[in-house]
Design a binder for this molecule. Structure first.
Ligand code: NAI
Ligand code: MG
Length: 365
């Protein structure tokens, strides 16, 4: 039977960019014989409007069964007044938590045609292709004790950075597996100079490395890593780091490459019975209420998220590359959505216009 894909378009520009992805998924079925059993459901504000909850139990159950979930974006001003327990982002958090998606893959990739868009020098970013693996389910965002407590005559805010060996081991393994499929180079970042969790992190990663003798492992303090990312990012291939450092480093790395409208992500968990990892793919951007409903959204981040699904869930690396090359060709031809305008001689297109161009480039591939 065909591999299964659950599509959750969500709110704001989520449904707009996902409509273009649906056309591309259909193209792979028609032209490449690569068909998926696609089902679509609600998440976020859209689910709240229909069911009074940002993620219905039936949708959660479906997400646990399918081979991969592809999500658009959630949230919007309309829902800002809601109680925290039913806010749109709670739908996304529930998916990540119940699927136990501990490994967050954030590529920082620079298409040559967009090298001028970076805040860095062109030669620093042109051709950049690195991957940051962020631990997503533990660390200081979750560790206990946490809270604001009275201490003497003032209050103290407490969070706890906490990592078990098994938590470090599993995310390290996912990073080594990734490095094996890429440039076989992995840099682990922590602050073992000042943090106990960092010392343990370095020890466990070094131990896991014994199972991957082909991968060249290095260690770097995360603050030095931030500097190196801005100075010469091409020295890296895969970076693995904890939840907090990964949050900061992946946002910084994202801006090496230009627009939010270009950035995909994957969140992976443990392998399922069929060997595929539990997986959720989504663009990094949010629901962009400021441009929703105007045909201005760039669908590329969401399309690239589907390309990641092809590669990491469905073992279709060559087809993922076909899709990425098609996007590269479209950008090289000067076609741009509104977020990427500004250069001379480019052709502005709408969200669906960009979809048309990608499909044409796929036809030509
Ligand atoms: P945002 O990512 O939605 O928008 C930030 C800026 O980037 C806006 O000016 C927007 O127009 C632009 N932008 C984002 N994606 C774009 C695209 N594909 N094409 C062209 N321009 C694009 O972040 P913001 O404004 O902070 O949040 C808006 C809503 O989205 C909030 O409700 C927030 O909670 C939610 N959000 C949801 C996320 C998710 O679903 N994973 C992630 C981040 C925010
Ligand atoms: Mg962040």
């Amino acid at each position: 039977s065909n591999p299964s894909l659950l599509i959750l378009p969500g709110d704001g520009i989520g449904p707009e960019v996902m409509a273009e992805v649906r056309r591309i998924i259909d193209w792979f079925g028609d032209k490449r014989g690569l068909s998926f059993d696609v089902s679509e459901d609600l998440v976020g504000g859209a689910a709240y409007d229909a069911h009074g909850t940002p993620l219905h139990d039936d949708t959660m159950a479906k997400a646990q069964e399918v081979d991969a979930v592809l999500l658009g974006a959630v949230g919007g001003p309309k829902y800002d007044v809601l109680d925290f327990s039913v806010k749109p982002e709670r739908g996304l958090l529930r998916l990540r938590k119940e699927m136990d998606l501990y490994s967050n893959l954030r590529p920082a990739q620079c298409f040559d045609a967009l090298a001028d868009f970076s805040s860095l020098k062109k030669d620093v970013v042109a051709g950049l292709d690195i991957m940051i693996v962020r631990e997503l389910t533990s660390g200081v965002y979750f560790g206990e004790p946490r809270g604001i407590f009275e201490e003497g005559n003032e209050r103290v805010g407490i969070n706890t950075q906490r990592y078990t060996e098994s938590e470090i081991d599993r995310v390290a393994r996912s990073a080594f597996e990734l490095a094996m499929r890429r440039g076989k180079k992995l840099c682990s970042m922590e602050k073992a100079n000042v943090m106990e969790s960092g010392i343990l992190w370095r020890e466990v990663v070094t131990e896991v490395a014994k199972d991957y003798p082909e991968v060249e492992l290095s260690h770097m303090y995360a603050d030095a890593g931030a500097m190196q990312l801005c100075r010469w990012p091409k020295q890296f291939d895969v970076i693995v780091t904890d939840n907090l450092f990964g949050d900061l480093l992946s946002d910084a790395a994202a801006m090496l490459t230009g627009s939010l409208g270009m950035l995909p992500s994957a969140s992976l968990g443990a392998p399922m019975a069929n060997g595929r990892p539990k997986a959720l793919y989504e663009p990094v951007h949010g629901s962009a209420p400021d441009i929703a409903g105007q045909g201005k959204a760039n669908p590329i981040a969401c399309v690239l998220s589907f390309a990641m699904a092809l590669r990491y869930s469905f073992d279709q690396g060559a087809e993922a590359e076909r899709l990425e090359k098609a996007i590269e060709a479209v950008l090289a031809s000067g076609v741009r959505t509104a977020d990427l305008l500004g250069e001379e001689g480019v052709t502005p297109v709408t969200t669906s216009g960009m979809g048309d161009e990608i499909l044409k480039a796929l036809d030509a591939s």
